[in-house]
Design a protein. Sequence first.
Length: 130
Amino acid sequence: MNSSLLRRFGFYFAGLAIGLILFAFLVKGRGVTCEFDYLPNARTLKNIRVKERRFSPEIRQLMDNRQIDTTEISNILKDGDVDFSRSKAKVDADTCKVYIIEGTLRNKDIELTVHNCDSTALIKTIKMMN
């Protein structure tokens, strides 16, 4: 009885391995990416990334002086961490949620303040931590 159970597990895992190889082969050529956006941090950052971004005058000035650009902000919004303890995610329906996003820029820790509204995300401030 033990050998038949082991044999069944062997067949199961062999079929599973073949199926995973075929799946990887089929998906690889199609440019499909697997993002795990189910945790609060990932969902919040994705919600901000998909909206139209606007920049405060302070951020615009930094962009004009070439101290930061939109690509660097996009990278922070992709790889950063939301500090929910300091953010104001529960607000009235009329006001925007305010998130503090921590990330790195040129090996320095920075902090973005983002006002996440219904259709836009306003990058309000940037603060260097080092």
